[in-house]
Write a protein that binds this ligand. Structure first.
Ligand code: ADP
Length: 217
């Protein structure tokens, strides 16, 4: 880890330990890091999985490009340098969530192996790389946001898989082939892993989270 730029940073000591947080949550915290091409299914699967975990009483949060690109990373574009910095920041935030005992689901193309390796180092043994894998042709046929069309007609520059590289994970903890598995199948596969390694209960205790507003409290 890089030392802070200022020499006057003194760590404060939390009175609540991670073990206490995890005991209260009844599961361990972790970072599920979804990587893959645009339209491979990262956000779809992360959001469905979050609902399944939430229904099992877990503390969860999804981080994705839409969430961070408007705020935390609004100063960054899609150049190679900005992509590195985007993933570095998101990795640090994901680590804070796991320190808080949450299951953090981070869905980012994160095309560079070196960036993902850095996040793995920052997060430690609670980092789970989930390779959401579908061939480029399948992603391009799905094109839910019309981004591939724009990339092919040069309206978007530096588009992963078309005009910018994607370096596939060499040794991911989990791989889901979304051209072969359904969304539900992919969720089940990842859920099985999380149940085994992070002490998540097997049965849902309630249905999918209901849509409620704060007035309902
Ligand atoms: P990403 O976050 O990787 O860019 P999205 O989840 O936003 O991808 O979009 C993936 C699209 O592909 C969605 O429209 C989704 O409904 C569709 N899709 C079709 N089959 C699958 C599958 N097996 N897994 C995930 N998404 C799928």
């Amino acid at each position: 880890m890089k030392p802070p730029a200022s020499k006057n940073i003194v760590a404060s000591i939390s009175q609540v330990s991670l073990a206490e947080r995890e005991k209260r949550n009844r599961h361990r915290g972790c970072v599920l890091w979804f990587t893959g091409l645009s339209a491979a299914g990262k956000s779809t699967i992360a959001n469905e999985l979050e609902a399944a975990l939430f229904a099992r009483g877990c503390q969860t949060f999804v981080l994705d490009g839409d969430r961070v690109r408007h705020g935390l990373c609004s100063d960054l574009d899609f150049s190679e340098h900005s992509r590195h910095e985007n993933i570095r920041r998101v990795g640090e935030v994901a680590k804070l969530f796991s320190d808080a005992g949450f299951i953090c689901l981070a869905a980012f193309i994160s095309p560079y192996q070196a960036d993902r390796r850095l996040v793995r180092e920052v997060v430690g043994e609670k980092f789970v790389e989930v390779y959401v894998n579908a061939p480029l042709t399948v992603c391009e046929a799905r094109d839910p946001k019309g981004l591939y069309v724009k990339a092919r007609t040069h309206k978007i520059k530096n588009f992963t898989g078309v005009s910018a590289p994607y370096e596939p994970p060499l040794n991911p903890e989990i791989e889901v082939r979304t051209d072969k598995l359904s969304v539900a199948g992919a969720v089940d596969k990842i859920l099985g892993y999380v149940q085994k390694h992070f002490n998540v209960r097997r049965q849902a205790s309630r249905a999918k989270p209901a849509k409620i507003s704060w007035q309902d409290w």
